[in-house]
Design a protein around this ligand. Structure first.
Ligand code: PLP
Length: 400
């Protein structure tokens, strides 16, 4: 009898499970709107030219494959801080930010959650938008947090329930961690505007809450600076402590290289130094140190003025294509006499809560080989000029 005989099957990941079903579907016209990956007009994950140039330069040198420091490449961490807060930001000059390279944005969330649990102990509570990215719940619950939903998405308007959000945040106990999506909210595509961010930041400060910002899509809505607005507002707010997890998976199209970073902001330089030492012990206990290659690619691009400009341009290309596909989706559905989908143009980033019901999503899959999440979330980046007519005709058909 094996000692593992009592182990039961764990539930599969709903998003990855959908992709497995999609891959096995023999229908030629199939479209996968379920995944969270940016693909180009040809349906391929792009290799950015800025990244390729660094990669080629790295290949020309003999690159020793030693371990990185526990907190990663210093050049990567510096470049990350500049990208998040703006080069020369007062918070950086004051030495208040402790940043470590992590295994993707997911690694940043996990290390951040573990360290916060250590600091907050049994009282660790996380307030999380309803809905949020599924892995947020998994990571923070596994780290030992109690989760509290705050209102976010309004079904009726397909937009933000801002009054509900403020009311729920206003009831949280001081010291509660509040998870916020910096931009391109996953799964809804619904973001706060600048005035709403200012109000939320003021409330977080008043109530003594601990902001934890997750930025996985920097540059997918506006540009890398404007999409960091929430972080810049927090930096200037006088809030003494907050946390940022960021990812380069999407913005550099480096999904499998696992490039992310965790930044803890403390009240002063001394606090930041103590935080960094604890980030390092947390990483050491998890995976010891991050991976070299992706870190060198990102640092190589961000450290060169020329490649940085090229990257911004290529990021703009991805963003522009998403905006074009949103507009085409809305226009084509209107031309087909479908109910109004205009709200899709007001949502941001790769994802949209399309408002399609589970029954409509099931019909799309069964009758048209179009795959979306049962929540109605679609990845707009999976649309292209070759499939948009087919997809919009199918959506119009299931809305009839
Ligand atoms: C909201 C959000 N946070 C974090 C991540 C994690 O990113 P990474 O792939 O770098 O781990 C994702 C990825 O889909 C995401 O959507």
């Amino acid at each position: 009898m094996s000692i593992f005989a009592s182990v039961t099957m764990a539930p599969g990941d709903p998003i990855l499970g959908l992709t497995e079903t999609y891959n096995a579907d023999p229908r030629k016209e199939k479209v996968n709107l379920g995944v969270g990956i940016y693909v180009d007009e040809q349906g391929k994950v792009p290799v950015l030219d800025a990244v390729r140039q660094v990669e080629q330069a790295l290949a020309r040198d003999d690159q020793p494959r030693s371990y990185l420091p526990i907190d990663g490449l210093p050049a990567y961490n510096r470049a990350t801080q500049n990208l998040l807060f703006g080069a020369g930001a007062a918070i950086l000059e004051a030495g208040r930010v402790a940043t470590a390279q992590t295994i993707g944005g997911s690694g940043a969330l996990r290390v951040g959650a573990d360290l916060l649990k250590k600091v907050l102990g049994d009282q660790a509570k996380l307030a999380i938008s309803n809905p949020s990215w599924g892995n947020h719940h998994v990571v923070f619950r596994t780290a030992g947090f109690q989760l509290i939903d705050y209102r976010y998405y309004d079904d009726a308007s397909h937009g933000l329930d801002f009054a509900g959000m403020l009311e729920d945040l206003g009831k949280l106990e001081p010291g509660t961690v509040v998870l916020l999506h910096a931009c391109c909210h996953n799964p809804t595509g619904v973001d706060l505007d600048a005035a709403q961010w200012a109000q939320v930041v003021a409330l977080l400060k008043d109530r003594g809450l601990l902001p934890f910002v997750d930025m996985a899509y920097q540059g997918f809505d506006r540009n890398s600076t404007d999409d960091a607005l929430a972080i810049r507002l927090l930096a200037d707010s006088g809030i003494p402590a907050f946390v940022v997890a960021n990812s380069y998976s999407k913005s550099f199209s480096l999904y499998g290289e696992r490039v992310g970073a965790l930044s803890f902001v403390g009240a002063d330089r001394d606090e930041a130094a103590r935080l960094l030492s604890n980030i390092k012990t947390t990483i050491r206990a998890n995976y010891s140190s991050p991976a070299t290659h992706g870190g060198k690619l990102v640092a190589g691009v961000l450290d060169s003025a020329e490649l940085r400009a090229l990257w911004e341009q290529e990021l703009g290309g991805m963003r522009g294509r998403i905006h074009t596909m949103r507009a085409a989706f809305v226009d084509k559905l209107a031309a087909l006499g479908a109910p109004d989908f205009g709200f899709i143009n007001r949502q941001a980033g790769m994802f949209s809560y399309s408002g399609l019901s589970k029954a409509q999503v099931d019909r799309l899959r069964e009758e048209f080989a179009i795959y979306a999440l049962s929540s109605g979330r679609i990845c707009v980046a999976a649309l292209n000029t070759g499939n948009i007519d087919y997809v919009t005709r199918a959506v119009a058909a299931v809305c009839r």
